[in-house]
Design a protein around this ligand. Structure first.
Ligand code: NAD
Length: 396
């Protein structure tokens, strides 16, 4: 039976007894720093009782003045220009890494060694070797670890996974995923860290491709081999201070994937797709039906399940994934009162804090460092295939 919708349940939550607090230390205060801080602040009043009330203890960044502003803005008690200060602080139990890709490895390993639980933004490492060291450090330390593949926490994507796991699509034949943006098409767009190989590791691949690789693993299963090409459309860019630098990362990649369960798939990511703002899309075709998703219409899942009764109006249906019995929805608003991209971070961090406080598992619903590592192995295989011009086996 369907759960009661929010129209009748909004005031029902109640909490008896003590609710623990949990201290958060964060690295990075820009795009992801804002998204994660926003989520921590929402958790206690959206989920009541929460597993713990997050206390924003300290935030780290490079510039003292800017990080001081960020601390005021997001509600952190203090700030620092050295992330090591977060790890010495006994009030901090969770290290949340929202820094650029080159800031993940050393700080996460040090955080694990200091006994902090860690959530790190994707891609976990710039290479599989880096991600492996991070996984090993977190495993050795026995701390909880998560890689922030937040799209797993879109209700429509979780529903897609549930349908597949329940066998409602039957055997899976195809996974077709594209993640397209347009923001570096202009050759005058400056050299930013996402285009710098030393900082980012890879280009569209690690930035956008890592998300759809994760969705392939989350929804369909493990890939076994990949054949790919990458390209760099604009090989040089000017820095903001006028220097010319070589672009040594991929501007786009295309890959053909075989999965362990016999499914085949295509993956594509680009930041040169004019008109595509944040088009993270996939379609999955199985023997009993198909599903399709588009991030720009995040509350909807296109579903074609003819055996479940389309009668003489056979065709895809647009399911509005906002019912109280849909994943993650019941804590929000009544049916049809849609949620947004930022709420995926609320679901993700709520799940992670629950694992830390209650000793439950981070995976398989949330990405772990193991998922971050496997993702990096696939990214490396895509780069190797593109470089060598041959199919590459995936081995973890
Ligand atoms: N899950 C998602 O949907 C998603 C979206 C965007 C970015 N990301 C990932 O999040 C991470 C951060 O990306 P972003 O978009 O927030 O980047 P950003 O450039 O907006 O912010 C990076 C932050 O790190 C700080 N920083 C940079 N170098 C530093 C250093 N040496 N020491 C300390 N702080 C430093 C910057 O001051 C800034 O606050 C990246 O790994 C990126 O791939 C994930």
């Amino acid at each position: 039976m369907a759960e009661k919708v929010g129209f009748v349940t909004m005031g029902e939550a109640s909490a008896g007894g003590e609710i623990p607090e949990i201290g958060i230390g964060m690295l990075g205060y820009a795009f992801m720093g804002k998204a994660h801080s926003n989520a921590y602040r929402k958790i206690p009043y959206i989920y009541w009782p929460p597993p713990a009330i997050p206390r924003l203890i300290r935030i780290a960044g490079r510039s003292g003045e800017k990080v001081a502003q960020a601390a005021r803005r997001y509600g952190f008690q203090s700030h620092t220009t050295d992330w090591r200060d977060l790890l010495d602080d006994p009030a901090i139990q969770v290290f949340d890494n929202c820094g650029p890709n080159d800031q993940h490895v050393d700080s996460c390993i040090a955080a694990a060694e200091a006994g902090k639980h860690i959530i790190c933004e994707k891609p976990l490492g710039r290479t599989a070797a880096e991600a492996r060291r991070m996984l090993d450090a977190a495993t050795r330390a026995g701390v909880k670890h998560a890689t922030a593949f937040n799209y797993r926490f879109v209700p429509a994507i979780r529903l897609a996974r549930d349908l597949i796991q329940q066998g409602r699509l039957g055997r899976i034949f195809h996974f077709r995923a594209r993640y397209l943006q347009e923001w570096i098409t202009d050759p005058a767009f400056p050299m930013v860290w996402r285009l710098d190989a030393a900082t980012a590791g890879s280009g569209a691949l690690g930035d956008l491709g890592s998300h759809i690789i994760d969705l392939g693993r989350f929804l369909v299963g493990e890939p076994t081999s990949v054949s790919a090409l990458t390209t760099t459309f604009i090989p040089e860019r000017k820095t903001e201070d006028g220097r010319t630098m070589k672009v040594e990362v991929d501007d786009a990649f295309e890959a053909i994937v075989r999965f362990e369960n016999g499914a085949v798939g295509t993956l594509e990511a680009s930041r040169f797709a004019r008109g595509r703002k944040n088009a993270n899309t996939f379609e999955i075709n199985g023997e009993k039906g198909s599903i399709a998703f588009n991030m720009e219409r995040l509350n909807e899942l296109e579903v074609y399940l003819p055996e479940e009764g389309n009668g003489d109006v056979d065709g895809f249906r647009q399911v509005l994934v906002t019912e109280a019995n849909h994943p993650y929805v019941n804590v929000w608003w009544p049916q049809g009162h849609i949620i947004g991209w930022e709420h995926t971070f609320v679901h993700q961090l709520h799940h992670f804090l629950g694992a830390v406080v209650n000793g439950t598992e981070v995976g398989p619903l949330c990405g772990t460092f193991e998922d971050g590592y496997r993702n990096a192995v696939i990214c490396d295989a895509i780069l190797e295939s593109a470089r060598a011009g041959r199919r590459v086996e995936i081995a973890y």
